[in-house]
Design a protein around this ligand. Sequence first.
Ligand SMILES: [Zn+2]
Length: 220
Amino acid sequence: MFIGHFGVAFGAKRAVPAVSLGTLFVACQLADLVWPVLVIAGVERVGVQPGLTVVTPLDFIYYPFSHSLVAAASWALAFAALYTVLRGARTRTGILLAAVVASHWVLDALTHRPDLPLTPRAGSTRVGLGLWDSLPGTLAVEVLLFAGGLWLYARATRAIDRTGRVALWALVAFLLAVYAANLFGPPPPSGMAAAWSALAMWLLVAWGYWVDRHRTPVRL
Ligand SMILES: [Zn+2]
């Protein structure tokens, strides 16, 4: 899943207006921000096998620290605790941030084939409902999540200058272009190449902070 995760972040802004969109991007994609770093470091492993699923050729061979259920719960707790302590935020904000982090695993479990381990232990049960075997099904879920979240964000905030408008819609266009390239472009030459390009996710986090600085929450 790609743009669906961002849909969750956009939508969450309405519930926690004081939290920057950039922080919400980190939360919704924490697993996929950590994952390429661990692959490049040789800790986790990914391969490429064209035809493995209809939507993606990536073969997630080993990724228990970024993508097991236990890891997801731990990342969620750690991220929420850190944010709450550092920013002096309310418990409600922390709980919502934890839910956004955890939503990554839930949405991945919907789309991945059964490759998501429950625990980091070797031989752990792997789960995944395999929505990636259907292109129309994947598109329907991701586009609906993305459009719904974006609609909430656009209504819950307003641009305070031209950048607040232009940077948001440029971000949306960029996300859709990357998504289309992932879906319909050629497979990456190797797992390592996929991990290196996935590092660009960090750029999207910076873009989220930039957009959010030029928009302000509105009372609904
Ligand atoms: Zn993921």
